[in-house]
Design a binder for this molecule. Structure first.
Ligand SMILES: Nc1ncnc2c1ncn2[C@@H]1O[C@H](COP(=O)(O)OP(=O)(O)OP(=O)(O)O)[C@@H](O)[C@H]1O
Ligand SMILES: [Mg+2]
Length: 249
C-alpha cells in the first residue's frame, strides 16, 4: 500500500510525473487510483481518459449528502459510492477521478462543497488499495491534518531554478506542519549546468530521481498523447524503485 501526493510549483511537471508513475505501477500489476486534486485538472488527459466530471460539480449529490436542516451540514458525509461511480478507468486499469476546486484555508474554511471534497480525499486515502497518487498544487494545506497523515510520501517536483527551490522549502515546511513525514524530491526538466548541480546539492530530502529536459514531453502534451507512450521511461523506473526503497516495501 503506497500513498503518494505529488506537489511543486506551477508547470514543473507534477501531472506528467503522476501520470507516468500511475502507468508504471499499473504495469507492475498494482491496483492504481490517480486523483486530480489540482484546479488545472489535466491529469485525465495525461492518463488517456476524457470527459470525467469533476466531483465538485456534483451539486445535487453534494446537497443531498452534505446539507442538513436550516443551513447546517455534515462534516463527514458518505462518499464511498460517489468515488466509485465518478471515476474512469484507463487502458492500463488506472482508476482516475477529478476533485475540482477545493478552497484553501486549511481547517478554517467551512463550506459544504469543501466538506464533500475533503471527505472524498479522506475516503480515497484511507481506502484499501495498492497505490494512490494525488496530483496536487503546491498548496497542500487543503489536505488538512487528518488526511495528510494518511499520505506516505510527498513527492516534491522541482525544476533546477531558484523559484522552484524556494517552493520546495515552502512545501517542506507545510508538509511538516500538516503531518506528512516523508518527502522525496524529483528534479524534472534537468539540463546540465554548474548552477543546477549546486542547487541540487542543496536538497536535503532523499532525491528520488532526475528527469532530463526533453521535447518528447512537450510533443506528448501538444498532441494529447499520454507522455508514457513516447518519452524515455528509464528515469521513472528509477523513481519508482526509489519510492519503494524509501518506503521500505
Ligand atoms: N522533463 C521534461 N522536459 C520537457 N518538458 C517537460 C518535462 N516534464 C514536463 N514537461 C512539460 O512541461 C509542461 C508542464 O508539465 P505538467 O503539466 O506536467 O506540469 P504541472 O506541474 O502539472 O503543471 P500545472 O502546475 O499547470 O498543473 C508540459 O508541457 C509538459 O509536457
Ligand atoms: Mg498539473
Amino acid at each position: 500500500m503506497v500513498k503518494l501526493a505529488v506537489s511543486g510549483k506551477g508547470g514543473v511537471g507534477k501531472t506528467t510525473i503522476t501520470a507516468i508513475l500511475a502507468h508504471l505501477f499499473a504495469r507492475d500489476g498494482y491496483d492504481v487510483i490517480a486523483i486530480d486534486a489540482d484546479s488545472a485538472m489535466n491529469l485525465p488527459g495525461a492518463l488517456g481518459v476524457d470527459g470525467i466530471k469533476p466531483l465538485s460539480e456534483l451539486k445535487e449529490i453534494i446537497d443531498e449528502r452534505v446539507r442538513g436542516p436550516m443551513g447546517t451540514y455534515k462534516i463527514n458525509p458518505r462518499v464511498d459510492d460517489v468515488f466509485e461511480k465518478y471515476s474512469a478507468i484507463n487502458e492500463d486499469g488506472v482508476k482516475v477521478a477529478v476533485l475540482g476546486t477545493i478552497e484553501k484555508g486549511g481547517e478554517g474554511c467551512f463550506c459544504p462543497e469543501n466538506a464533500f471534497l475533503r471527505a472524498i480525499l479522506r475516503h480515497a486515502i484511507f481506502k484499501k488499495g495498492d497505490v494512490l497518487l494525488l496530483d496536487m498544487e503546491a498548496g497542500i494545506e487543503h489536505l488538512g491534518r487528518g488526511t495528510a497523515r494518511g499520505v506516505d510520501m510527498l513527492i516534491a517536483v522541482v525544476e533546477p531554478g531558484i523559484r522552484s527551490f524556494e517552493t520546495l522549502k515552502r512545501i517542506e515546511k507545510l508538509s511538516k506542519d500538516i503531518g506528512i513525514e516523508r518527502i522525496g524530491v524529483v528534479v524534472n526538466k534537468y539540463v546540465e549546468s554548474e548552477r543546477a548541480e549546486k542547487l541540487m546539492r542543496s536538497i536535503e530530502e532523499p532525491l528520488l530521481g532526475v528527469v532530463p529536459y526533453s521535447q518528447d514531453f512537450i510533443r506528448a502534451d501538444l498532441e494529447g498523447i499520454p507522455p508514457y507512450k513516447i518519452v524515455d521511461l528509464k528515469p521513472f523506473f528509477e523513481i519508482k524503485r526509489n519510492i519503494l526503497k524509501v518506503l521500505g516495501d
